[in-house]
Design a protein around this ligand. Structure first.
Ligand code: 6MZ
Length: 366
């Protein structure tokens, strides 16, 4: 089997995917058209921006503000959540930890809680694949599935299954009070599949001291934390981030030797986003990416998409890139994909189920 096709077949664990960065271009264009017709935006200008290839990091954050104008009403949030899950499942992602920033929007009658309810409705609305999700009704795993399709001979076709969990993101633009509200909401929604907290947003905005109380609060409540760390050089903040011992960090592009020593000593798993780092010009070439050093050092790693819509990538493609750039063979790639189970913020029962999925796949793929 050709390598790209094999990477698609491979079961995969996605630990770093932003909801609004994972929306299909076709959906964004459709939404932009409607808002264009209503005179809220100028469609031609927006379409040009959506279709542009290659964006600097500051341009990405301008684009997110535009995405949020397009996507932020309850119905659309539900729709994009459903589509994003279907797209990941189509790539054989078997566990998706989807992160999103709960948004307040008075004009739309939206609170952070109602935004999250719309996301949860989107998870429940998926019908083309089976979704293993948690609801408070049962306090255990619930599988949402639509009608069972049959093949030409009338036998049921084996449907894809994806486990979905949520991380609530604190945006670096937010105040301490708003960040606290997100952490408390995450706690309230634990029975609806929320498994942790993320800190993200434009890395040149906001002060560490603003988010620290909310992150400490999350730790006290036992909520795992992942931090966007070192997307830009900022020694003081990077050190402070490592000092709170986050359960994972994302990107980690600008750690210096001293900080790497610490991250390695603490064995903090790193969410690696190859395409994102290249497209946002964090690194000149993939060959200089810290993946190579971390992989050699057997440091805990997981390959992730970050914003699959924005960067026109898929998790299969990220595995293909790692294999082809760093010379990993199929067995090594398989071990790398399976190892990500350990770093998911999910209970051991689900981890065991996922391990079985990989055991089955190993017989077919290796
Ligand atoms: C930092 C990022 C990001 O939350 O509205 N986000 N933050 N670095 C990145 N690397 C490129 N990519 C996405 O999804 C979009 C939001 O996720 C964060 C930003 O805060 C962005 O507004 P949600 O679903």
């Amino acid at each position: 089997m050709e390598l790209m096709e094999w990477c698609r077949e491979l079961p995969k664990i996605e630990l770093h995917a932003h909801l609004n960065g994972s929306v299909r271009d076709s959906t964004l264009l459709e939404l932009a058209k409607v808002l264009g017709e209503k005179g809220v935006i100028v469609f031609a200008d927006v379409a040009h921006v959506i279709m542009k290839n290659g964006r600097s990091l500051p341009e990405c954050f301008m684009l997110f503000d535009l995405f949020h104008i397009l996507t932020t009403d309850h119905q659309t949030v539900t729709r994009i959540t459903k589509e994003v899950i279907e797209d990941f499942a189509a790539e054989n992602v078997v566990y998706l930890e989807l992160r999103t920033t709960p948004k307040k929007n008075e004009a739309k009658g939206m609170t952070k809680r109602s935004y999250m309810e719309a996301v949860i409705d989107g998870i429940k609305a998926v019908d083309s694949v089976d979704v293993a999700f948690v609801t408070s009704d049962t306090s255990k795993l619930m599988t949402c599935s639509g009608s069972i399709p049959v093949n030409g001979t009338g036998s049921p076709i084996k449907r894809k299954k994806i486990y979905v969990r949520l991380l609530l993101s604190i945006d670096r633009r937010e105040t301490t009070a708003a960040a606290m509200e997100t952490v408390n909401l995450a706690m309230d929604l634990k029975d609806f599949g929320v498994v942790g907290i993320d800190l993200s947003g434009n890395p040149v905005i906001g002060e560490w001291e603003t988010f620290l109380p909310a992150l400490k609060h999350a730790k006290e409540l036992g909520l795992p934390i992942t931090l966007h760390c070192a997307e830009v050089p900022n020694k003081k903040e990077i050190q402070a981030m490592l000092d709170i011992h986050p359960q994972r960090i994302g990107h980690a592009c600008f750690l210096e030797d001293e900080e790497w020593r610490k991250a390695k000593f603490l064995k903090i798993p790193v969410e690696i986003c190859l395409t994102s780092n290249i497209r946002t010009e964090r690194l000149s070439s993939l060959h200089n990416h810290h993946f190579a050093d971390l992989y050699k050092a057997k440091h805990p790693l997981s390959l992730c998409t970050d914003d699959s819509g924005l960067f026109s990538t898929t998790l299969s493609n990220e595995y293909y890139l790692a294999a082809s750039t760093f010379g990993l063979n199929k067995s090594e790639i398989f071990v790398l994909a399976r190892s990500a189970i350990q770093y998911a913020f999910v209970d051991d029962e689900v981890k065991e189920e996922l391990t079985k999925v990989f055991d089955d796949a190993e017989k077919r793929l290796i």
